[in-house]
Design a binder for this molecule. Structure first.
Ligand code: DX5
Ligand code: ZN
Length: 216
C-alpha cells in the first residue's frame, strides 16, 4: 500500500494544531530533526515531538538529521516517535543505533543522502523496517527533486524483493505529483512531501492526489 507522509517542516508553526488536523488523512507524520551540525540548518527538537504526539494518532516518523543519533534515539522514542530514521553517513557503525531503537520497541529506518551509494546499506537490510532515499540534500524544504534518486530506489527495491519484501522504501525531497509518479514506478511506497502538501490550498486534497498513484 502506498503511504503518504506530510513533512511538518513546511507547516505554519504558529498553528500546529490546525496544520496537523489538516493532514489527518495522511498515513504518518514526518518530523525533520536538524541539529546544525549534520546539516546546515536547525529545525525543532524533543519538546515539539512531545507536543505533536499529544495532538495526533498518526504514526510519527522521525527523520534524524543529527550528528549523534546513538545519543538521542532513546529520547526521541520516549518523546513519542513510532519510527526512528537516522543517517548512515552520521554513523560509521549503525548497529548500536539499530539496537537502541529496537530496545525501545520502535521501528527503525536508515536514510541515505543523494551521494551515498545504496550498497552501503546492504549489510543491514534485514534489520531495517524502512530505507529513506533522499532526493535532495538534507537540510531544507522546497528544493528541486534530483532524478538520481530513481535508480537508487530501484536498486533498493530489487534488494528488498529478494531479502526483505516488507521493507518500506521512503523518498523525501521535491515530491510533487509528477516526481511522485516516477518514484512510485521505481518502487517507493512511502512519499514524504512538505511544500507540496502544506503550501497547497487544501492539504487534505494534496494528500488524496498523491494517493491516486498505484504502488508496484
Ligand atoms: C529535507 C527534509 C524534508 C523536507 C521535504 O531535509 O528531510 O523532509 O521537509 O520538503 P519538500 O517536500 O518541500 O522538498
Ligand atoms: Zn525529512
Amino acid at each position: 500500500m502506498l503511504q503518504i507522509a506530510p513533512s511538518l517542516l513546511s507547516a505554519d508553526f504558529s498553528n500546529l494544531t490546525g496544520e496537523i488536523a489538516a493532514v489527518s488523512n495522511g498515513d504518518m507524520l514526518h518530523l525533520d530533526i536538524m541539529d546544525g551540525h549534520f546539516v546546515p540548518n536547525i529545525s525543532f527538537g524533543l519538546p515539539i515531538v512531545e507536543c505533536v504526539r499529544r495532538m495526533t494518532g498518526l504514526l510519527l516518523d522521525v527523520h534524524l538529521m543529527i550528528a549523534n543519533p546513538l545519543k538521542y534515539a532513546e529520547a526521541f522514542a520516549w518523546a513519542g516517535a513510532d519510527l526512528i530514521c537516522f543517517h548512515l553517513e552520521a554513523q560509521p557503525d549503525p548497529r548500536p543505533v539499530l539496537r537502541a531503537i529496537r530496545a525501545c520497541g520502535k521501528m527503525a529506518g536508515m536514510a541515505l543522502k543523494p551521494a551515498t551509494p545504496v550498497q552501503r546499506l546492504e549489510p543491514y537490510l534485514e534489520e531495517l523496517d524502512m530505507v529513506l532515499i533522499m532526493a535532495v540534500e538534507p537540510g531544507f524544504g522546497g528544493q528541486r527533486f534530483q532524478p538520481g534518486a530513481l535508480p537508487k530506489i530501484q536498486a533498493v527495491r530489487r534488494m528488498a524483493d529478494s531479502r526483505k519484501p516488507d521493507l518500506w522504501i521512503q523518498v523525501d525531497g521535491g515530491i510533487v505529483p509528477e516526481t511522485a509518479a516516477s518514484c512510485v514506478q521505481a518502487g517507493a511506497d512511502v512519499l514524504v512531501a512538505g511544500t507540496y502538501i502544506f503550501r497547497s490550498p487544501s492539504p487534505a486534497q494534496a494528500i488524496s492526489q498523491l494517493r491516486l498513484l498505484q504502488p508496484r
